[in-house]
Write a protein that binds this ligand. Sequence first.
Ligand code: DGJ
Length: 726
Amino acid sequence: MGFRYDETTRIASLENGEVAYLIYLNSLGIPIHLHFGRKLSAFPVHEYLKQPSCNYQFFKGGRFCSLDDYFEPIAPVEVSTNLCHDLRPSSASVDIRGSTALDFRFSRFEKASFLPDDSPLPHARGIREEDSSFAMVLKDAKEEVELVLTYLLFHDENVLVRRAKLLNKTGKTIYVKKLASATYDLPYCGQTIVHFPGAWSDERNVAEEEIGRGTKILSSSEGRSGHEENPFFILKEKGTDEDRGICYGFNLIYSGSFQNAIHRNGYDRLRILSGINPENLSFAVAEGASFETPEAVISFSQEGMNRLSQVNHRFAREHVIDPLQKRKQGEVVFNSWEGLGMDFNTNSILECAKEAKGIGSDVFALDDGWFSSRDDDAHGLGDWRVNPEKIDLAAVVDEVHRLGMRFGIWIEPEGVSVDAPLYRLHPESVLGDPERERKFQRNQLVADFSQEEVVDSLLAQIQDSLGKLSVDYVKYDMNRPLGDAISSAHPQGEVQHRYTLGVYRFLHGLKKIFPHALLETCAGGGGRFDLGMLYFSPQIWASDASEADRRIFIQHGTSYAYPLSSISSHVSKASGSYPSKAHVAFFGTYGYEMDPRTLSQEEKAFLLSFEKTVRAVHKEVVLEGDFYRLLSPYEGPRACWMSVCQDRSTAVFFHRSFFKEVASCRYVKLRGLNREFLYDVDGIPMAGDYLMDIGLNLSEYHEEGKDIFIVIRKIEKVSASKKTSR
Ligand code: DGJ
């Protein structure tokens, strides 16, 4: 177990009980990537690296190449060397006195250093003695620059975390134009990628694509991870499905503009580069200083994508999400946005609070509209003083607490309206070129979070207006991409990354103002759903689409990378029946978002009775359980999910038919149950092995939009005669 370097074979390895990560140091000092996957009894390096030579200047003609030669088009490297023979997309590009050539060679191994919880970039946490790690220091063959590659493999999770740090010892300022967090080279053998493109209200669709020759770029350049692509994607071997086969997940613990490049060259060598988006990047690093990348996360499963998701979920829950924040989860949050928008006053809010309590809410959260001149989306952002003419906030907080609920509030600290003093008095605090036309997306501009003073002044405003109130939950929103990321304080090439560091600085500060509050993040729905945000807030508003059908697609896609406990989902006033919306919200955090005064008696009765199920099983089955996708809505007219608690005693099964179903033979095999247990399925005792091998018989006539939602429980004691199947 752990890190080993074998001087004879020149192989460095990290291992846990199931997987290994292997690097070969060739005689030129170039670290060659050998393997990440199931542990092997031996690795014949010569055999693996042998390639027939071809008529190419770096090849030795007419024989198999020796493993210690370096062959540009095929060498699987740990980091590629820009302009020094590697013609594929490079891992790093650094301007040193006008040249961006780099040629990194091995210098030494070091002990890995881990980042403290309050460091500027979020990172994997909860690292234990049993986890293995090392750092490999490389040095450029000509210039005094060092590259430190840090590797960490968890002893009980098939997750490898990598990051890179560039140290400048050249005596001059150098400029980082590109520095991938991870480079991953492997042979192409028919793999596909699954990625998660989307748009506002339509986030994280599932898209599977062949890997053609050339480069496929999955990226965001909008200063946040964005609606249109997610930093997470899957590399899937041929034949892999939800339950079988080998697949890898790639993600970044980062919330800004990112780039994942998947390159297949003419020799069928695959390269994956994952990191900060190099577009517009030119980050000055002074002599003696360093540039550190965000962490890249590579997960592995040899049992299909359901297992890969469970690995990702556990990693996020145990090694990204703040354990103190995680403990605050599990309460039913009522949010005012969908029901009231910005059109409220003290009375209407108090009426809603009372009704929200009546349907079982634990937290009453007041969304947008409580401050400054904020009666529509063109005003007020950037001026965080409570609007006393609209709302007596202190009285609302008191009454919410008196009703036995906790109080929550919405903020959007990055947003700036034109009428805000921040913009009028300090236009230099806002992003954008003053000599060019300003773009007002959603009628707003963006505060320049690349300036630490701007971040701190907004924190001070929030402290002044809300710090004295007893706030138990904060929803942090962000509604505009950085289409004009131009700062009065920093060179263009540094703005976006510094901006992201500013967002993290704000979140660290926000936690100090509200040390006891649960944080939820949001970006115009799910426009910043990533591991960087999860480091601060254990739940993220998944989408502004909350009607059941669209939400199924969004939550299905989101579940590949992120745990259900992080998918904030509410039973809202959107179209569709309350039961169908409740079933879908159950497979997320579960909360409410409607005008509760308009609910019929029947709707209230349903919500109250469904809430009993939520109280009984949601925490152990959804927030802490293992999730399985059984049928994909992307592949047919049905969606089917289940989630099982860790001791396998309770599960929840959900099936939605989008269309009317005529009677036909339909069985759905369940997953994750204990084969030995006997379960109660809707009053019928059924054995775990039967449910997993034969499945639930759903051969019924269904009306369009029909749901099946069943809580499955282990039957503790049963007489032999009752051991029947349905
Ligand atoms: C966008 C969010 O997604 C909504 O939930 C709501 O908070 C609005 N912003 C408020 O402006």
